[in-house]
Design a protein around this ligand. Structure first.
Ligand code: EN5
Length: 388
């Protein structure tokens, strides 16, 4: 059934019955000299390119491709709308390789029609650290689907990753492929329930009127926890230490340097927002929480163009409960005009979902590894890694 994934070094559905059980890399003993130096052959009239996201015109092309052809919910009511500055942030972290931002163009017109990306990441699996690529943004123009371009994009980005002596990757997808390490669920906290209902993102609860619903989801106008404030550059060291400690609790988590934390967590307007709790007496940073901003285009609605969604990103708590932290984060997201706050059921997120009025969504997110087998399927609570 899986013509492509059945032949890749990924955990297969029948590994267990075939007695394949050992944990670790699947394809062993590779070296950079063995990697093919030529790009894979594309169908006629198409060519490979490298997309330099720091070039404004190229970033526009990527932005346009994704905003028209990237991921939708299963009923095609909404489509992710990654802003250009978000893409530049997501794809150019410390140590990024321009070469891992791969595009396919039409030879004659140079029009960008397909895309895939990798960024470098140090990932801890149980007690082993591995240099990996986080692969994301696989996108093919809808009129070119079923030309089997996806396998070529995956093989080409893999080749370019191998050339940098990196042999593992992590990726996520809504769909089922061989074989997830974990299957996670999205939960949604309405901030502007009236708009969400009008655009079909949610429905009125049974026996609830619009006014009752609005009241049910109402939030206080100001944050509650003393010392809650926006993160600044001077907080990077404290936040790095908190997060490094916090992530040790999970079986799969990134190993983040100070430079990584500076890139991923220092606030960038309309991209990423991070808040710290500064102890009023000691001035110590005891907790932090963050979200990234990713609107979705509403497909076929005339009154509203998009849904403004905030997605829970990394956090760490030592003194303040996750309920208190996330409640304040909901309050600031509401103040900033977001319509909904989304979380995955990973890390300790289950501990605040009920209390803070999150509702289960219809979307799943599966985590996958390339060229690494782990024996057991993990629970969402074992995952300490977020991809964008
Ligand atoms: C890239 N590496 O399905 C991977 N989103 O639940 C990308 N549903 O927003 C993979 N269907 O449930 C992404 N409202 C996989 C996810 C793709 C996008 C997706 C889901 C996540 C989503 C919403 C809208 C559904 C629209 C119709 C949803 C119901 C929640 C509602 C909250 C308020 C109270 C009532 C229930």
């Amino acid at each position: 059934k899986h013509n492509f994934w059945g032949k890749q070094p990924v955990k297969q559905y029948d590994d267990e019955e075939k007695g394949v059980l050992e944990e670790g890399p699947i394809a062993h003993l590779r070296c950079v000299d063995d990697v093919r130096t030529e790009p894979f052959k594309l169908p006629e009239h198409y060519e490979w390119c490298t997309c330099d996201l720091n070039c404004s015109e190229t970033a526009d092309e990527v932005y346009n491709l994704l905003s028209r052809h990237y991921v939708e919910d299963y009923e095609s009511m909404f489509r992710y709308h990654y802003p250009k500055d978000f893409l530049q942030w997501a794809l150019c972290p410390p140590g990024y390789l321009p070469d891992w931002h791969v595009g396919i163009r039409v030879e004659a017109t140079k029009r960008l029609v397909a895309f895939i990306t990798g960024i470098p990441a140090n990932i801890r699996l149980h007690d082993r650290n591995l240099q990996m690529a986080e692969v994301n943004f696989l996108c093919i123009h809808r009129e070119l689907r079923s030309k089997r371009l996806a396998p070529l994009l995956i093989k080409e980005v893999t080749r370019r990753v191998h050339l940098k002596n990196v042999w593992q990757a992590v990726y996520t997808a809504g769909i089922m492929l061989p074989t997830p390490i974990a299957t996670c669920h999205y939960w949604h906290r309405p901030l502007n329930p009236k708009k969400l209902i009008r655009v079909g993102f949610s429905e009125l609860g049974l026996g609830m009127t619009m006014n009752q619903t609005i009241k049910h989801y109402r939030l206080p106008p100001n944050v509650i926890t003393p010392g809650f404030r926006a993160m600044e550059r001077r907080d990077v060291l404290a936040v790095t230490h908190l997060l490094q400690q916090y992530l040790l609790q999970f079986l799969v988590a990134p190993v983040l340097s100070e430079a990584d934390v500076e890139h991923w967590l220092v606030p960038v307007s309309d991209v990423v927002a991070t808040y710290v709790i500064e102890d009023v007496e000691s001035g110590q940073i005891t907790d932090f929480c963050s979200f990234y901003t990713l609107p979705s285009t509403i497909l076929g609605n005339h009154k509203y163009k998009d849904i403004k969604a905030a997605y829970s990103f990394y956090h760490a708590s030592t003194k303040t409960s996750l309920v208190e932290l996330l409640n304040d984060l909901l309050i600031v997201a509401k103040c900033h005009g977001f319509d909904v706050f989304n979380v995955l059921d990973i890390m300790h997120n289950r501990s605040f979902l009920q209390e803070l009025k999150f509702k289960l969504g219809d979307g799943e997110l599966r985590y996958y590894l390339y060229n690494y087998r782990i024996k057991e399927t993990l629970f969402p609570r074992d995952i300490g890694l977020l991809l964008l």
